[in-house]
Design a protein around this ligand. Structure first.
Ligand code: SF4
Length: 281
């Protein structure tokens, strides 16, 4: 099979956060993350990306900065795909000025997530404060390498969603994406945190009512990945979008997981791939 134009490479399943909403599929199906590819394995994946004409790659995890060979992998990517758009999603816990400069030098765009303000510790399963993250976002903007910021809204942090948005915007976020927690991964065990559709509409209204900070933003409307064949009918009825357009997963974008196997999207499982297999599968 040929990789689609837009690819996400999940470099590791390891993460130093324990976000209750984490949608990574290996929380449900640990085998999907094992064994993790080594540097040579990722180089092979990148060679296939180059051969298939992939136009952009998002490197993520888990927490990609936990891989000691991250810059080696990025170096391969830049050499093999000199014109591709490369970006990295990180929880930013290990990101600092020196690393931002290294990413800027390699033209690797940066994205992170702001999971809460007062709720940051609970939303990340850590004892951390949001303050360091905002400082990193602001420093990246000062270094002319501003970060995109995503925000996952749950019942726990919905009350401060507008404040989170304002904090990210005022810290210098390049763009902001806001979405409700999706049912999948670790979130499957925390369905009590799912917003109702009315609560989600209220969050959007409060964000839209904020003064214009001149930061582009988008709302992600998905509560559940309807592509997954194992989604119980009752959950689809409750959370599925009846007006959902056909999903381009596997057509314009795809994912390679920590073990090198291809999936059609972040939320789908290897079994769903049908004939696509994976270069290691
Ligand atoms: S959502 Fe991201 S930061 Fe949080 S546990 Fe999952 S991979 Fe780690």
């Amino acid at each position: 099979m040929r990789y689609p134009r837009h690819m996400t490479l999940e470099l590791t399943a390891k993460c130093n956060f324990r976000c209750p909403y984490c949608y990574c599929v290996w929380h449900e199906y640990p085998a999907l993350a094992k064994p993790e590819l080594d540097t040579a394995g990722w180089r092979t994946v990148l060679e296939k990306c180059a051969a298939d004409g992939v136009e952009d790659i998002l490197f993520t995890g888990g927490e990609a900065l936990l891989r000691p060979d991250l810059f080696e992998i990025l170096g391969h990517a830049r050499r093999l795909l000199p014109k591709a758009s490369l970006s990295l999603f990180t929880n930013a816990s290990r990101l600092d000025e020196a690393l931002i400069v290294r990413f800027r030098r390699r033209r690797v765009q940066l994205a992170t997530s702001l999971q809460g303000l007062a709720t940051y510790g609970g939303m990340t399963g850590t004892r951390r404060s949001y303050r360091r993250l905002l400082t990193v976002i602001a420093r990246a903007a000062e270094l002319k390498w501003p970060m995109s910021v995503s925000m996952t809204i749950t019942k726990a942090n919905a009350h401060e969603a507008a404040d989170m948005f304002a904090a990210a915007a005022l810290s210098g976020a390049k763009a902001i994406q806001v979405g409700p927690m999706m049912l999948g991964g670790r979130a499957m065990s925390h369905s009590e945190l799912m917003l109702s559709r009315d609560e989600w509409e209220s969050v959007k209204a409060r964000i839209r009512a904020l003064p214009d900070a001149r930061v582009p933003y988008t709302f992600c409307e998905e509560f559940i990945c309807a592509c997954r064949p194992d989604t119980p009918r009752q959950l689809l009825d409750e959370w599925g979008d009846k007006n959902r357009k056909p999903c381009p997963a596997g057509k314009s974008f795809g994912v390679v997981g920590p073990n090198g196997l291809y999936r059609t999207c972040l939320h789908t499982l290897i079994d769903f791939c049908g004939d696509c297999g994976g270069i290691y599968g």
